[in-house]
Structure formats: C-alpha cells, structure tokens
Design a protein around this ligand. Sequence first.
Ligand SMILES: NC(=O)c1ccc[n+]([C@@H]2O[C@H](COP(=O)([O-])OP(=O)(O)OC[C@H]3O[C@@H](n4cnc5c(N)ncnc54)[C@H](OP(=O)(O)O)[C@@H]3O)[C@@H](O)[C@H]2O)c1
Ligand SMILES: *[C@@H]1O[C@H](CO)[C@@H](O)[C@H](O)[C@H]1NC(C)=O
Ligand SMILES: *[C@@H]1O[C@H](CO)[C@@H](O)[C@H](O)[C@H]1NC(C)=O
Length: 395
Amino acid sequence: MWRQRVFSRVACNILPPNFHRLAFAPMSTQTSPQMLVAVVGVGLVGSEFINQLLSIPVESSPFRLISLSSSSRSVFFEPAKAVTSAQDWKAILSQSNEKPNYETLTEKLSSLRAPSTKVAIIDNTSSSEIAALYPSWLKAGINVITPNKKAYSGDLGLYEAIVSASKESGARFLNESTVGAGLPVISTLKELVATGDKVKKIEGVFSGTMSYIFNEFSTGSPDGPSFSSVVSVAREKGYTEPHPADDLNGFDVARKLTILSRTIGSSSLPSLSSFQSVQTASLIPPALEGIPTGDEFLKKLPEFDTEFDKMRKEASQEGKVLRFVGVVDGIKGDVKAGLEKYPTSHPFATSLGGSDNIIMFHTERYSPRPLIIQGAGAGAAVTAMGVLGDLLKLV
Ligand SMILES: NC(=O)c1ccc[n+]([C@@H]2O[C@H](COP(=O)([O-])OP(=O)(O)OC[C@H]3O[C@@H](n4cnc5c(N)ncnc54)[C@H](OP(=O)(O)O)[C@@H]3O)[C@@H](O)[C@H]2O)c1
Ligand SMILES: *[C@@H]1O[C@H](CO)[C@@H](O)[C@H](O)[C@H]1NC(C)=O
Ligand SMILES: *[C@@H]1O[C@H](CO)[C@@H](O)[C@H](O)[C@H]1NC(C)=O
C-alpha cells in the first residue's frame, strides 16, 4: 500500500538516492535502524502519517517510531522498543501520564544520534509554539519535517534562524506538504531553480477550500447558487475551518506564497517579513470583519450575495470564471493573492474539481507553455504522503 503511494508520487518527483533499494527489495541486509522518528501532533495528518509509516514492514523499514506527543500527553521508547503496531499506538499514548516536554525530547533524540543513526521530528501540529522550536531542534542535529506552514511563512527572523541552524549542524528541514499537500510542488520548484531555470511566474489555486467554493460558485454561467449557500455547504462538508472567515481571509494562500517565494530566494522578489506582507485581497466583506463565531458570520453572509452575483455575471459576460489565486511574479516582483478572472477554456476553469489545487510554473524553459501540477491539495492521506515522502529523502 505504502509503496503504491510513494510510487505514484515519484512519477514526477525527485528519487531519494536509495529509492530503488527501498521500494523494490526488502532490506534484508539492513538490521540496524537508520532513522529514529518522533511525531508531535497526532490529529488527522499525524495519525495517517503514523499508519503509513507503520505499514512499511518492520524488517525492511529504515524507520523506528520512538516518540509520540499530543498537546497533553507524550511517550518515549528506547529504539529497541519502538512502536511497531498501527493498532496499539493510540491506546499507548492515551494511557500515558507524561506531559510533553520538548527540552527533554530534544536532549534524548540528540543523544541517540550516531554515524549510522539519524533522528527526525515530524511536527504535525498547527502550533506556532512548536514551530518556534525548529531552530533548537536543528541545532541539536535533529531533522525537521512538517506540513505546518507556521514556521516557514511567519517572521523572517524565525525562518532565517531555521536556515542558519540547519547550515550549522547539517540537519535538514523539509516542507513539501506545506504547499499543495502531497503534490510535488516544492521539490519541482527546487529542481527548476537548482538546475538553473529562471522562474518567471508561479500562479495557482493553492487553497482546497477556495478551490471548492469557486468551482461550485463560478462555472462560466451567469447564474448559479448563491455565494453564501456555497460557503455553508463547504462548511457542512468539513472543507472550511470552523470559522469560514479563516479561509476567506486568504491568509492560507498568503502563507503558501511566502513559502514559495522564500524557496526561490530571488533578489527580484520582495523580501517578505512575514506572510502578512503578501498583498492579499480578503473575501470577507468589511462589515463582517471580526465577527466572533462561524455561525453568526454565516447568518450575515447572505446580505452580500448580490455583490458576488454581480462579479459572477460580469465574468460570465467576458467568457470567464472567477478563481481565488496566488501569484508569485518574478518579473514584476509581486507576490499577491486574490480573486481573478480566467477564460472558460483556461485550465483553472476546465481541469479543477472538488477541492483540487493547480499550480502553473512559467519559466524560461517552460515557455510559452507552462509546467502544470494538479490534484488533491488537501486531505490526511495525501498530506501524510508528502510528509513520509520527505522522510524518505533523508535516509
Ligand atoms: N489536513 C490537511 O489536509 C492538511 C493539508 C496540508 C497541511 N496541513 C497542516 O497539517 C497540520 C496538521 O493538521 P491536522 O488536520 O492534522 O490538525 P489536527 O487534526 O487539529 O491535529 C493537530 C494535532 O496537533 C496537536 N497539538 C497541537 N498543539 C500541540 C502542542 N503544542 N504540542 C503537541 N501537540 C500539539 C493536537 O493535539 P491534541 O489532539 O492533544 O489537541 C493534535 O493532535 C496543520 O499545520 C495543517 O495546516 C493539513
Ligand atoms: C496533522 O495531521 C492531520 C491529519 O492527519 C491534519 O489534518 C492536520 O492538518 C495535521 N496538522 C498539521 C499541523 O500539520
Ligand atoms: C523548503 O525546504 C527546502 C529544503 O528542501 C529549502 O531549501 C527551502 O528554503 C524551504 N523553504 C521554506 C520557505 O521553508
């Protein structure tokens, strides 16, 4: 099962150096563990990640899962007693009375490093406090892998501390699943840049929630369901945050653009002091800013349906659809997120369904036709795959 997932991803991704050995032959010669893994955050993604990790037969797995933490509980095992059963780990964690202590975890993991043994922490929380620990983990030689966007898209100071801690110790930080979940967006971008291509523009639908909303709301026809009804349905289906304004503010897209822009690291792009420096055109009607609950917000949203209707009609008259997109423009030096119009024949109009993401790279080599990556951009299984794929790059 895990092989299949890894394989489909690899079709357009970088192969880890010993991928073939990993994927195609049981590593009978390899008896000692190579990579000790601690997981912080065992929610949707964390749980799925653990299940995928433990689905690799233990005799051929280079990984040993030695620590689990939620916000209230934590467990730590000696490598010889690592967690091996996908059935038991939840019970083991829920029976623990230990509170997580990240100083102790850092010390323990660091002391287990050896020439043939690497250590990694998977941060599967959405916590800023945990994100702030990355520099200390990296300094201690612990590799960091996460789908959590907070550290890489927050204060420039934290990002710079992460980069320099990683340079100092040689421990690596990987972030594939922060943009497009399991889609190979970061690895593709890194390879384009590393091989000397020049990124002119990246443009895409980066939010699964916004994708769903506009795929339903704007199909090219002048009419359709009201904006508020589409948002309500999206929330009922669990596609939005509990408070839909947390999606409609565009910050998730701004964070992803910050990560892409920092990964390009070009002097022609603005140096973003945080994701808040991205020009973001929020979809929250100004009158509804600051409404405390999602329920109240949804009750008032219909008052603004006519405005959204008008935009849909105008787009339709031009033969276009509305999409909430993010753009990193290396020529103009812009990084921005907002609602744009695209012709009904454009891939943003024709090839998106559900909560798909789509990302177009316009580069010197991929010109005039762009390189396009498209597929599910949210969901535990694909996000966890992105995380496990990163971990495989480290062995
Ligand atoms: N789901 C997706 O499709 C997707 C896609 C891309 C990226 N992501 C990112 O993946 C991350 C995880 O999302 P999720 O959906 O798995 O969230 P989730 O289900 O809410 O899980 C978060 C987990 O983190 C734990 N946690 C929070 N603060 C903690 C702390 N200080 N110390 C230890 N554990 C802590 C929570 O513990 P308790 O259980 O004890 O509260 C919970 O187990 C987020 O950053 C999200 O943005 C998710
Ligand atoms: C942790 O994993 C769950 C699903 O396994 C995912 O929904 C959640 O977003 C992840 N949290 C973070 C912060 O990555
Ligand atoms: C993402 O990770 C790569 C390492 O694979 C790194 O080069 C890049 O700078 C990172 N970007 C951000 C914003 O964290």
